[in-house]
Design a protein around this ligand. Structure first.
Ligand code: ZN
Length: 290
């Protein structure tokens, strides 16, 4: 059976859902001007994306990798959450939630929002919420591929969220060049003075993003929540590629429904219950009735 694009029946599914999970992908941030890795590749003089998105690439040339991520941090800091990010954020507002999804087990508990994006825009969109709702929403927000704004020490593993840019003086120079390792972001900062304490050990920092060959974050928690989920919204990514395909089949196996919001149709979306084609900035707020 072909997926339905009937807004009223989707709203009916939303109204009767007891547990909702949202999985967001690159399409969510497209309208904010965030290019995907593949697109960014074209903007960056590199032979392959693996050079900047693998631990081997980082070991071979940490200077190049850090310059790549510095550029992306700058790009994201200069971009704004769009109406699709805001639509998802507003689902964490108890007054909105109790209106459009009154059957939820607990309307003070926002739907779990899982993003594959590392751009921080879904987190920044939570700023539209009242303080208490924002706090609850942050606890229900998982960045499964990490974040451009979190660093992790390659020695002591200390991780930290920071919006300071550039992260160190050498990265402030926009020319692509070879930066010596001791001038790249390091644990304890540029004023590090020989301590070996946790979080100040002087080790080389890396971006806390998931690279090729690394296991995504929060998979255990996600699997647990999917067991109870009866409505999965797949936003800005095909429901047929990893990880959405796995999430969708897990939800379907337990009798739940899957709704896809994506720019274009992809092979196999036929398995979804609902399909809304078009830019998420238009479809999401409209279909959710916000
Ligand atoms: Zn360290």
């Amino acid at each position: 059976m072909l997926p339905s694009s009937d807004i009223e029946s989707f709203r009916g599914a939303l109204a009767s859902a007891k547990s909702i999970v949202i999985l967001a992908g690159a399409g969510l941030s497209a309208a904010s001007g965030i290019p995907t890795y593949r697109d960014a590749d074209g903007l960056w003089r590199t032979n392959s994306i693996e050079e900047v998105a693998s631990i081997e690439g980082f070991k071979n040339n940490p200077s190049r990798v850090w310059q790549f991520y510095h550029q992306r941090r700058e790009l994201c800091l200069g971009s704004q959450p769009n109406p699709a990010h805001q639509a998802l954020a507003s689902l964490a507002d108890p007054s909105v939630l109790s209106r459009i999804a009154p059957s939820l087990k607990d309307t003070s508990l926002p739907p779990l929002l899982i993003t594959q994006n590392i751009d921080d825009l879904s987190r920044r969109a939570l700023d539209i919420l009242p303080a208490s709702a924002k706090k609850a929403a942050e606890e229900r927000f998982l960045e499964m591929h990490g974040s451009l704004f979190v660093t992790r020490c390659t020695s002591c593993q200390h991780s930290q969220r920071t919006y300071t840019s550039p992260l160190c003086t050498a990265l402030g120079n926009s020319e692509e060049r070879d930066i010596p390792v001791d001038q790249l972001p390091r644990c304890g900062g540029e004023t590090w003075a020989g301590s070996n304490r946790y979080g100040r050990c002087g080790g080389l920092l890396r971006p806390a993003v998931i690279w090729f060959g690394e296991v995504p974050d929060h998979m255990g928690e996600i699997a647990r929540v999917l067991n109870w989920c009866d409505l999965l919204l797949v936003v800005g990514t095909s429901s047929r590629v990893y990880p959405a395909a796995g999430f969708a089949s897990s939800v379907k196996m337990h009798g739940g429904k899957v709704a896809v919001f994506n720019l274009e149709r992809s092979n196999g979306d036929d398995d979804a219950d609902f399909l809304f084609l078009g830019p998420c900035v238009e479809t999401l707020p409209h279909v959710l009735g916000l």
